[in-house]
Design a protein around this ligand. Sequence first.
Ligand code: 5GP
Length: 178
Amino acid sequence: MQTYPGEQLEVLLAHSEIKHRVENLGKRITMDYDGKPLLLVGILKGSFIFMADLIRSIDLPVAIDFMAMSSYGAATKSSGVVRILKDLEQSVDGRHVLVVEDIVDTGLTLNYIFGHMRSRGAASVKICSLLDKPSRRQVAVPLHYKGFEIPDEFVVGYGLDVDERYRNLPDVCRLIKE
Ligand code: 5GP
């Protein structure tokens, strides 16, 4: 993949490893939600590739919806401010909701979403995140399904961006600024 001036990429998680892990998550979700209609809520934009792969590994009738939040903007450090940029199109009232996120960093975004879903009457709310950076957590969030724990490094690829760049990388890579 072509990089931008002053930036380098180093593969942290290869696509084959991600694929294997996502398939395992899908199998676990299939077993856990057997008989329960499931609503997957993807948090845009970073989760879109993970969501697309995950849903194809879940062997249950599922509905999907999306929310978009902002907490980072164009910077690589969290601002601590969480806002809804795009809300759900479907009601979550009485439904089993699985929130699908790309990465949990400070936990502020998911903490907000978790409370939001519960206050709207979801029958259950669980969280599935591809990546977890536990060393940066500011608020505890229940992570029911997790792909990989990673160190405190800024990563891109497999849907994750910096300034809208690198989302199309098949691997998750460290972004190194020179
Ligand atoms: P939190 O609210 O947990 O601090 O932030 C979660 C959001 O911050 C993620 O959904 C993602 O958009 C962004 N984020 C956190 N760490 C990274 C990272 O290493 N790389 C990228 N591209 N985004 C990140």
